[in-house]
Structure formats: structure tokens, C-alpha cells
Design a protein around this ligand. Sequence first.
Ligand SMILES: *Cc1c(COP(=O)(O)O)cnc(C)c1O
Length: 380
Amino acid sequence: MPDVGLREWFAVGRAIASGSLLRYDSGASRTALFEREMAAQTGAAHVLAVNSGTSALVAALAAAGIGPGDEVLVPAYTWMATAAAPVQVGAVPILVDIDETLTMDPEDIRAKITPYTRAIIPVHMVNAPCDMDAIMAIAKEHGLIVIEDSSQAVGIRYKDRHCGAIGDLGVFSFNRMKNMNIGEGGAVLTSDERYFIRARSYHDLGSMVRQHGDRLNEPEFVGMNMKVTEMDGAMLRVQLKKVVPMLRRMQKRRAVLADILQHSSEFRVTPHNDPASAVSLSILAPTREKAIELTGRRGVHNRLRDSSKHLYTNWEPILNKRTFHPKMNPWAWAKRDIEYTPDMCARTLEILDRTCIVTLGMRYPTPLMAMVARKLAGQR
Ligand SMILES: *Cc1c(COP(=O)(O)O)cnc(C)c1O
């Protein structure tokens, strides 16, 4: 993630000094400017800043009209928020296996589609894009809505398009772990004007009282408050300028290291859905034991099997179908029995067992990290 420093400090200070703390205050502009700049950068017609990535997912689902009785396909490897969001709108998440790219396996998407499937939420994990060509083709064939969860891939491109701006809707997170960091924050992206107006309405209590000058005749419905402050908007504008140069440096470093690691006789470099613009780097060992051994070596960060709530087996509230109230039960509203078991996505577990993240070491010079990679690959 980019550093947060003096530039953010000044930008937030100026927002406070302006006296306009919210986008609807007179003289406020930072949030709207950020949205316009992000739209220009990604190619999405509309961007809506919200207070978290989770909020963005819920707003996107609400905008698309997903609700009780609907099934939403989510990968078995993702932050739990992806599976929790459909529950918040009364729908049920259906788990889909990943393939070696660490993203949804298009073949398993096909296998999990039922007459009740309404949407797919493909997740671009650890900066690795999904096979969006295959996923968009399946969605078109079956009339499904695609909501890209690009929380972990802000600024990442897939075949010269921008992750988050390929599906019907897309979602970003700007929490402190992500490519753009303002502590907590998110955004909804779409090029569909009706989805945008519904998302914007939902994120502000469903209120249509604010004058946006829309022509669409969308009736008011009950929403939430997911608005951001002008301090958020100010910080986002600064972070937006930093993300592309940061990712470009990472992409260059990744290319050097992947080139070295691909010659290893002990492991493979994880396949990537768009190798030319790849930023993420992980390796795939032939066995679980080998992967555990690799985690002890320099340059290897961690094994993905050890990534807590990113694994469906650790989504305790989902597996137990537990919400805050017994009658708020999307699974009772589903049109068929949905069961979750710890071994239902065995292929996902098997892949995560063998996959290790490789450190790009961006704070160190490239020759040093190249040396680490050569050693890891068994060369001198
Ligand atoms: C971080 C993340 C989210 C949620 O974002 P928050 O801003 O933390 O609410 C959703 N999906 C994925 C894949 C994430 O990594």
C-alpha cells in the first residue's frame, strides 16, 4: 500500500479548514472530484465513494435489486465480506471453488448455477485478476449480474481494462491493507445509470431529497447511511495519485522475480490471467509439505492456507447460517435447502495448501531481491 504522509495531512487539514465536512455542504467538492477522477482513471461512467468495501458490496447488491430467494455465487477464497454482503440483502451466498490462479474457477461457476442464481461476485484476489472473459461470457449466457469485488485489486488491469469496471458493477476497498489506504473506505463503480442512482440513493438512507438533477424516475426506498466525509475525499484524491506509480514499480519487480522463479525445479509460479500486467507473485508447490518447507525460506511470505477469514472454512457465521436475529434468515427464504460443510470446496483448500506468497520487497533494491529469488529457485 502507498505511504500515508504529509500530503494526506495537508489535504485533510485543508478540508477541515474549509468548514465543509460533508459532500452536501456548500463549497464542498473533494468527494465529487475524487469520484470524477476515479471514473476517468478506470473508465467507469460512475463512481460512488462509500465508507467501506463491505458497504460498497451491499450497496451494489441493493442497486442491482438482489434479495430474498436469490443465490449469489462467491469464491470460497476471499475476505468474508464477499459472502456476508449477500446475506445483508436477504440473499444466500453459494460457494465456488478457485483454480490455481487463486480466483473463481469458471468451470465451477457453471456447475453451481441453479434456476435461482441471480449474480456472480468474482473476486480479484491479492492483485490477481479473475478470468473475466470467461466469467462475463457465462454471465451473459445465463442472464446473471456480475459484481466484481475488486477490493484487493484497486488500480489493477486485466487485458487493458480496469478491474472493477468490467462487470455490471464493481467494488473497491480503501481500508488500511489495500492498494489505496485511507483507514476505512470504499467505492461502487458502474456504467449503468440506474444502478448508480439506486446505489447513491441506498448509501444515503434512500433519500431522494437531495437535488442531483437526475432524469430517471426511481421511487424512494429505505437505505443505509454509508456516506464519506470530505476528509475521506481529500485523502482519496492524494492516494489516487500514488496508486498507479506504486503498481508500476511492483509490476516491474514482479517481472524480474517471476522470470527467475520460473526456472525452479521445486515449484511453479502461480498461473496468472493476464501475465503481461501481473503485479502479484506467488508460487505453487507440488505438495502441502513442500509448501510448508518453503515458508521457512527467505523471500517467501506465507502459505495462503494460513490466511484466517479469507478461507470459507473460517466463516463460522456463514457456515452456521447465523444472523443477528433468528427471523432474519435468508436461508429460510431460499428456494431450496442450502448446506455448507467444511469440505465442500476441497479443491480450494488443496490449492491454498500448496500456494505461498512471494515477497516483492519493495523497500529493497531490485538486485538484492533478485539474489533472494535466485537462491529460492535453487540457482547461485
Ligand atoms: C477488504 C475486502 C473487502 C471489504 O472491504 P472493507 O473495506 O474492509 O469493508 C471485501 N472483499 C475483499 C476481497 C476484501 O479484500
